[in-house]
Design a protein around this ligand. Structure first.
Ligand code: FES
Length: 107
């Protein structure tokens, strides 16, 4: 049987509440999420815990499509969630929709 878990669309922020290249922490149920508005205007959402030692990625430095963990500087792709070499790991990513300047998470 093909079971699909129903996803919800939740409003989490307004575009103007997300300064460029500054992360914002958002908590939805058990999910701790880091929201980013990149310099190219794209909005990205990833798990807010670094796979190394749980550093809060929403407080990291954003550069292009990457965030650098504030604790030990691991570099993480905010689109794929993948940690860049020489380090290894992956964080969960969440789909985002923007409608009329409102940011929604699909979760
Ligand atoms: S906790 Fe993120 S690099 Fe160490």
């Amino acid at each position: 049987m093909n079971q699909t878990k129903e996803k919800k669309r939740l409003e989490v922020a307004k575009i103007e509440d997300l300064p460029l290249q500054v992360g914002k922490e958002v908590n939805v149920g058990d999910h701790e999420i880091a929201l980013f508005r990149l310099s190219n205007g794209k909005i990205k959402a990833i798990e807010n815990r670094c796979p190394h030692k749980q550093g809060p990625l929403s407080q990291g430095i954003v550069s292009g499509e990457f965030v650098f963990c504030p604790l030990h500087d691991w570099k993480i792709d905010v689109s794929s969630g993948e940690v860049q070499k020489p380090d290894d790991g992956c964080v969960k990513t969440y789909p985002v929709e923007v409608v009329d300047n409102i940011v929604y998470l699909i979760i």
